[in-house]
Unconditional design. Sequence first.
Lengths: 171, 124
Amino acid sequence: MIIDSIFVGYLYALRYDGEADNELDRLLHQWNNVRYLKLFAQKNKIRDIETFVKARLDDIEDMEDTIDEIDQDNKNLKLFFQPLYNEETGLTTLSLQKAKRKNNKLRFYAIRIDDNLFLITGGAIKMSLEMKDHTLTKKELSKIYHAKAWLQDNGIFDNDSFFEFINEQND
Amino acid sequence: MLRESQGIALKVLMKLNSPGWSQRRLAAEMGVSPQQVTKIVSGKENLTLETQTRLQEILDIPILASYYENKAEVLATVVGEMIRKEFSFSLIRPSLVVYEMSQSVGKVINISQNSFTYQDAANG
């Protein structure tokens, strides 16, 4: 597992073993693929496939615009991410987070390393209310917990420990 | 550009859902590899005008403005022919077309790309 930088200093993404892309690039690539979206709709027994695909293409455009705005404007990722579990309050070490937009079914999942430092662990098209109720989001739940354990195993819990690890990784 | 390619890809994919169509058949009719068709329907290819025209013609789906222009041309011919047959007018003026069409309410017109038929709705 490798950590790729997206926006140096504040946004990073995991690149899993055997994957050519980190999770952000992989998902953006996947969600922009019309054939993938159509097959996804069929597999999930969506009645109006055309409307579903068009809506997801709007969703990905919205997500990409938001990511660009974050990079160009305030770089405040806290406006993009929120706790995965609504009941979480205050600062939690290696907090599990999700990025969601209003009326948008796409989700990025991430771990907050420090105040404005996030590591994307994956993402999915949300098809069920609870993550555990759909194969894809269930898998993402497993990935984010696995990533958290991996960070802990590598002694990463804040800004300093994260960048120390990044420097060692890049040496 | 990406959204345009994605829009075309979706139109192609929805057409390929029709009975008898498949990516393999489309590839054969276009004279390209199935892998090339997979690229087209992923919506990430910068499609040439030639490719767009071929997709439009082979699949009979609207991609370029020429699709509607061609259909409009066929429709104009159909309407002209219909009025000539119905009312024995040798010269059709645009102002007359509107009037004559209003007189033909109740006719059902079936138009395909190269031909047309019409009949009384009551008998249809």
